[in-house]
Design a protein around this ligand. Structure first.
Ligand code: UDP
Length: 253
């Protein structure tokens, strides 16, 4: 495909103008960043793995009726997506305390929560994506109350889907972040899952060993990030074509 106009470049992805109005091409880079880009590296193959994994998760959401931006994968690093008006929130769902929640509340990482928790951060790197209560969201006009209710409902449905898929391949979904966008179908705004779903935006722990298979491997210098993401892709049977083929997802008893 001819190179198109760049619309936006983020830390891990680039968005280009799409072939038709209302579409964009999302390109997955190999760049990894953490701690608000204080830690940076280039991890060979990460973009390819995240492109494949985000395709897998978004297609799965489509199959269970959760609307999202994914249209089709174009090549190893690019996918065609619907253009959305992004809601400026990081929507985080937690099943097990880890990361910022464990730190904020002095909890031991790995403490199981009595029910999934949905929380919101305001997407602004210069402020370090601060945690915001729901009242801020409606008061600031980032989303209205019915939209906020819908966002919580979508987040919990995504959690149910993701927990099931990951547990089936022996991985615990500790927490994850999604972003939500508005699209205007027949003038009516509709909320859909946007951005990406990949090990960059989830915490994934092996059920048996507790081994981390997500971006914490990079954040905390725990080993090879490519190996961790490849393991997730291998279990889900979504490895790139030139890698060792696996015929079925590996079911763990
Ligand atoms: N997360 C993300 N992008 C962010 C912040 C968090 O994808 O800018 C994901 C993160 O990978 C984890 C979940 O959201 O799966 C919860 O992250 P947390 O609030 O614990 O923050 P962190 O410990 O990553 O700073």
């Amino acid at each position: 495909m001819a190179r198109r106009n760049k619309i936006y470049e983020g830390k891990a992805k680039v968005l280009y103008e799409g072939p038709e109005p209302g579409t964009l091409v999302q390109y997955f880079k190999d760049d990894a960043t953490a701690f608000n880009a204080e830690k940076k590296d280039v991890i060979d193959g990460k973009g390819v793995l995240n492109n494949m994994l985000s395709e897998f998760f978004m297609s799965g959401l489509t199959n269970v009726g959760i609307p999202n931006h994914f249209i089709k994968r174009l090549n190893m690093r690019e996918q065609l997506i619907r253009a959305v008006e992004i809601v400026p929130l990081e929507v985080i769902v937690r099943n097990i305390a880890a990361g910022s929640m464990a730190k904020r509340l002095g909890m031991k990482e790995g403490t199981k929560l009595s029910r999934p928790i949905v929380e919101f951060s305001y997407k602004d790197d210069s402020l370090g994506d601060p945690l915001v209560p729901e009242e801020y969201i409606t008061a600031m006009g980032w989303a209205n109350q019915p939209e906020l209710d819908e966002i919580v409902s979508i987040a919990l449905r995504v959690n149910d889907f993701m927990c099931g898929v990951m547990y089936g391949v022996g991985i615990q979904l500790v927490d994850f972040k999604i972003e939500i966008g508005r699209v205007y179908d027949a003038e009516l705004p509709q909320l859909i899952v946007a951005d990406e779903i990949s090990p960059d935006s989830c915490r994934l722990w092996d059920v048996k060993s507790g081994e981390k298979l997500d971006k914490d491997v990079f954040r905390r210098d725990l080993g090879s990030l490519t190996d961790a993401y490849t393991e997730v892709a291998r279990r889900l049977n979504v490895l790139p074509a030139n890698s060792t083929p696996v015929t079925k997802p590996t079911l763990v008893n």
